[in-house]
Ligand binder design. Structure first.
Ligand SMILES: [Zn+2]
Length: 419
């Protein structure tokens, strides 16, 4: 089988030469040995020594050679180190305890970000478990070696996952649009733990604003752990409250008003929750007939649409004026649901108007939420929280934006930057 010199060149593991190549169960089994001086590096401290205590064969799966999957076999030594005692020698091409080479790990890791783990496993000729461990090691390595950001604005938000009332809290960097932490539950203790344990003191010191929903436990946690940061209620959540009020009006007007009206209002919920500018053609006509049937619903819809303009004001008095005007327009409308919303907004006006001082990127907040939902949908049955967090970090950070980024990941250099 070819000259061994050529095989060594093709394998391309620096410092190692090919000894034999056999076919074992339709895989190429390549036995390799170190070339040159036989002094081994201690995996504990990095010192070199020639004192070998024992040795054993170990295998690593590697990149395929044309149509053949490859397993590399090497006799790994256990050495006697002056500083650490008995240790295994360091292997340059793989992580300690890993069953795949580092370059295969990179390939599997990158593939798993755009296809299911089972597909990546088949593509690279490894078992599902091996592929999953490789992916995890890949993501953990990326996360450990990338730049630690110090965002001015962070977000605390709840996400809903799985059946029943299972909530999670997500901590995110809303300046760069990246997830930073994830924990089960939405209690004050959870939020406190996220801020104090997942952020370093330096990172906490850099925060000037926290973007969140009007969820009491979060507000308490932020007040206690980040006394110098302001709370900003994000647009996304405020408008969600407005849409909920609008839906209450729909229910009140159609479902408690007899069979004829009920038939009219059935199946219109999603249509009604959409913004007017995104509704087109026949759907728009459908909305118009709905409004012709009920003026109060129309009024509530217009009020919700107007609320959007709140974020065009640049000063606190402007915001306050607008909100006052909006609440005045509610008078004589007899829409108790919208009245309640008005009171609610007025109570929280301080946090809503805080965006005048902190230019939080609300579009980023919303796009993080969309990405999180997409990842959760794909990772339906994932039990491993740490892995889920890594996947969320990767999906929101977009570390591969160009062909050059991809090359850098596949070339398995020890350091990656985020861009
Ligand atoms: Zn040592």
């Amino acid at each position: 089988m070819g000259s061994r010199r050529d095989c060594t060149w093709i394998l391309g593991l620096s410092g190692f030469r090919v000894v034999t190549i056999d076919e074992v169960e339709s895989r190429l089994m390549i036995r390799i040995e170190r070339r040159g001086l036989h002094r081994y590096v201690c995996s504990g401290c990095g010192r070199r020594t020639g004192r070998v205590r024992s040795s054993g064969n170990r295998t690593w799966d590697d990149l395929p050679w044309a149509a053949h999957h490859v397993t590399v076999m090497y006799t790994q030594r256990r050495i006697v180190c002056r500083a650490c005692g008995i240790r295994t020698e360091r292997i340059e091409f793989a992580d300690p305890k890993a069953r795949v080479t580092r370059r295969l790990r990179q390939q599997i890791g990158v593939d798993c970000q755009s296809m299911p783990t089972s597909h990546a496993a088949v593509r690279h000729g490894v078992s599902w478990g091996k592929a999953r461990r490789a992916e995890r090691a890949f993501l953990a390595n990326w996360d450990r070696t990338r730049l630690k950001r110090q965002p001015r604005h962070i977000g605390l938000d709840e996400i809903h996952r799985g059946k029943g009332q299972r909530f999670w809290t997500v901590l995110s960097d809303v300046v760069h649009g990246e997830v930073m932490g994830l924990r089960q539950d939405r209690t004050e203790a959870t939020a406190t733990a996220l801020v104090t344990q997942d952020l370093s003191a330096r990172q906490r010191g850099a925060i000037t604003a926290v973007c969140t929903d009007m969820h009491r436990p979060y507000l308490n946690a932020v007040g206690a752990t980040l006394p110098r940061a302001d709370i900003v209620f994000d647009k996304f959540h405020v408008l969600q409250h407005a849409s909920a009020a609008l839906d209450d009006v729909r229910r009140q007007e159609f479902f408690r008003a007899g069979a004829v009206m009920r038939a009219h209002g059935r199946g219109k919920r999603w249509l009604l929750l959409r913004r007017w500018k995104t509704v087109r053609g026949s759907k728009r006509r459908e909305l118009q007939t709905l409004f012709a049937a009920n003026r109060r619903l129309f009024k509530a819809y217009v009020l919700r649409e107007q609320l959007d303009r709140l974020w065009t004001y640049k000063t606190r008095p402007g915001v306050l004026n607008f909100l006052n005007g909006w609440i005045n327009a509610l008078r004589w409308q007899r829409l108790p649901e919208m009245d309640r919303l008005g009171e609610f907004l007025f109570r929280h006006v301080e946090g809503i108007a805080a965006y005048c001082d902190h230019h939080v990127r609300f579009g980023v907040v919303e796009s993080i939420n969309t990405t999180i939902k997409a990842v959760l949908r794909r990772a339906r049955g994932m039990r491993d929280d740490q892995m889920l967090l890594l996947k969320l970090k990767w999906a929101t950070a977009h570390p591969i934006r160009s062909a050059r980024d991809l090359t850098r990941f596949l070339s398995a250099q020890p350091l990656y930057s985020n861009r």
